[in-house]
Design a protein around this ligand. Structure first.
Ligand code: GTP
Ligand code: SPV
Ligand code: MN
Length: 582
């Protein structure tokens, strides 16, 4: 046993005072034991094992169903390091306040020690973390979302270089909930929540908030991005990353199945939420998915929208906050099956189609191993990663933002990312449907000053000779009645096709003040169920609307004062100028 890990675990146990301490090895036998214990303490409900082998349901506390951004803190020594978009607490104060909440918080419970590896074994990209937790649900999720157990300790060897994650459900009281990150100590303390992004410390806490800081100092990027390989009919595979805010379509795009009209095309899944990108010896950006599973949004997932997910979900899956049918199977809004006559809703209360409330929570989720996905890429565990040709930056915008457009340059692409805004979703507590700024889909996940983060993106131009092309996409335009104008899902491949053509020097486009926009002919064609009028609307620049948008960007950028990189200022001036001229 590595001494620094043992010493740290002893220290945490001394503070939390668990009844016992169990080190996880990641074995099958351990999985069986954990599942049994989880069912015994009521963390998991076994589902119909004939219809859903290896599947279980978890109901979380009704006050604990999404990330709580207002209780999430970056605890850097200097407040300015956290920047104006993060909550900040001084490290000494955070340790002091949280120590009091952790003291004795595990009494009568087992403390599980979870060594985990983010990234493929043996990859130069990969990082080790150790999380201690008193939640069996968390252990079982971490077992799917990471490479857990002996494999991580082997990668660590005698090194003390690992992320220290302390987690306790404590009493699950939102008044005593904190998710604190200490980038200077490579440490995360999370108390009072058992929900996904608050409690699976490998995910947003380590792989984005902590990793973004490490990436800045080591010259790489930690991003809230999906990774796919798109095979065109000639057999060539183009790798693409996509940054979309929470619940804005990453998992769906990552598992896309081509529409019948696009014979010979194929999409391979590499990742659905997080990408780590490094400059390779060839001057390109290479990406890995540090995770090993999917923690996906259930509502809206069906054989029509996402058949690959539906197939993956049939076995070895933990469902969180979905509805339970009388036959021991699960259901959610947008499921293949019609609403059940009777069910138990996500809180376990009787539900019928006449009920006013939803059966599944809008942020209900599935946790499932990536390797079981039918579209998983043969390259997904390549220790070198895959070379990225394009980055998509997408969000939910009912108005203004066209279906797709291409940036003029890396600097302009960085500006498109920096000015990203999206309508809020159920993935975080608070109002839904409000437009907010969410740069690079990283607003809740960037572990340091957002202006410095943009500077870091801009600096990639000095580090890499062949950076990906950057595109803005928006699947979510609606008409006056709130109906989606674009069919989305599999038809999004039409957009990817144009993106790939652009990367290879082709693809018909028109130059506009905001970027290159495809001609309707480049996207449309046979069997697309969208009228010419609507397609034109999706690909038109509303100049007046964009002038207003640029004005509102000014207010956001002002928050960053002198730290705002010159490149971002230049792009804003450029856009303003282009929108003025004819
Ligand atoms: P996180 O896991 O929170 O990061 O979310 P995500 O970005 O992976 O989003 P996901 O793919 O799970 O999609 C969220 C919701 O958007 C689901 O209800 C989907 O059905 C819906 N959605 C995804 N793609 C499309 C699309 O192309 N068009 C429309 N209209 N809805 C979509
Ligand atoms: C998101 O909210 O972006 C998610 C789910 O992917 S969570 O793990 O809660 O962050
Ligand atoms: Mn996400």
């Amino acid at each position: 046993m590595n001494q620094s890990t043992q010493r740290w675990v002893d220290e945490m146990a001394k503070m939390c005072r668990p009844a016992d301490v169990v080190w996880c090895d990641g074995s099958e036998a351990e999985r069986e034991r954990l599942l049994e214990a989880a069912v015994r303490v009521g963390d998991l409900i076994p589902l119909n094992q004939q219809k859903l082998p290896g599947c279980f349901l978890h109901r979380s506390d009704p006050d604990d169903v999404a990330r709580t951004e207002h209780l999430t803190f970056i605890c850097s020594r200097d407040k300015a390091e956290a920047g104006p978009t993060n909550n900040w607490m001084a490290p000494a104060e955070a340790y002091d306040r949280l120590s009091k909440l952790f003291a004795g918080s595990m009494e009568g419970r087992t403390m599980y020690v979870i060594p985990f590896l983010m990234g493929p074994p043996g990859s130069p990209f990969s990082k080790v973390g150790i999380q201690v937790t008193d939640s069996i649900y968390v252990v079982l999720n971490m077992r799917m979302m990471t490479r857990m157990g002996t494999v991580a300790l082997e990668q660590l060897g005698t090194s003390g270089d690992f992320t220290r994650g302390l987690h306790s459900k404590a009493d699950l009281n939102v008044k005593r909930r904190f998710i604190c990150h200490f980038p200077e100590d490579n440490t995360i303390w999370s108390v009072g929540s058992g929900y996904g992004g608050n409690a699976l410390l490998s995910k947003k806490c380590m792989s984005l908030r902590i990793a973004s800081v490490v990436g800045q100092s080591e010259g790489w990027l930690a991003e809230h991005m999906l990774i796919i390989g798109v095979e065109s009919p000639d057999g060539d595979v183009t790798y693409i990353c996509g940054a979309f805010p929470s619940a804005c379509g990453k998992t769906n795009l990552a598992m896309l199945i081509p529409p019948a009209s696009m014979n010979g095309w194929r999409v391979y899944t590499l990742g659905d939420d997080i990408a780590w990108l490094r400059v390779g010896p060839d001057g390109r950006l290479w990406a890995i998915n540090p995770e090993a599973g999917f923690f996906g949004v259930a509502p809206g997932t069906s054989s029509k929208t996402n058949p690959n997910a539906m197939e993956t979900l049939g076995k070895n899956t933990i469902y969180t906050n979905v509805a339970l049918r009388p036959d021991g199977t699960v259901w959610w809004e947008g499921h293949d099956d019609p609403p059940p006559q009777t069910a138990l809703d996500w809180r376990g209360r009787p539900w019928t189609p006449a009920s006013k409330e939803l059966a599944a929570h809008p942020n209900s989720r599935f946790t499932t191993p990536a390797r079981e996905c039918p579209s998983i890429s043969p390259e997904w565990e390549n220790p070198k990663g895959v070379p990225i040709s394009a980055i998509l930056i997408g969000s939910r915008r009912q108005r203004l933002v066209p279906l797709v457009f291409q940036s003029f340059s890396w600097q302009h692409g960085t500006f498109l990312g920096a000015t990203l805004a999206s309508e809020t979703t159920a993935a975080t507590t608070g109002a839904v449907g409000v437009v907010r700024r969410d740069p690079m889909a990283m607003l809740p996940f960037c572990g340091y000053n957002m202006a410095d983060y943009w500077g870091h993106w801009l600096s990639m131009e000095k580090r890499a000779s062949h950076l990906p092309k950057v595109f803005r996409v928006n699947w979510f335009r609606t008409n006056e009645k709130g109906k989606f104008l674009w069919p989305g899902f599999s038809e999004n491949l039409r957009v990817l096709k144009w993106v790939i053509e652009r990367c290879k020097g082709g693809g018909e486009a028109e130059e506009t003040p905001i970027g290159y926009i495809p001609t309707p002919a480049a996207i449309g064609g046979n069997e697309l169920n969208v009228s010419d009028r609507v397609l034109k609307e999706l690909l038109t620049v509303d100049r007046e609307g964009w002038r207003n948008a640029v004005r509102s960007q000014a207010e956001f950028f002002e928050k960053f004062g002198d730290r705002l990189p010159a490149g971002i200022r230049e792009e804003r001036e450029g856009l303003t100028r282009r929108l003025k001229s004819k």
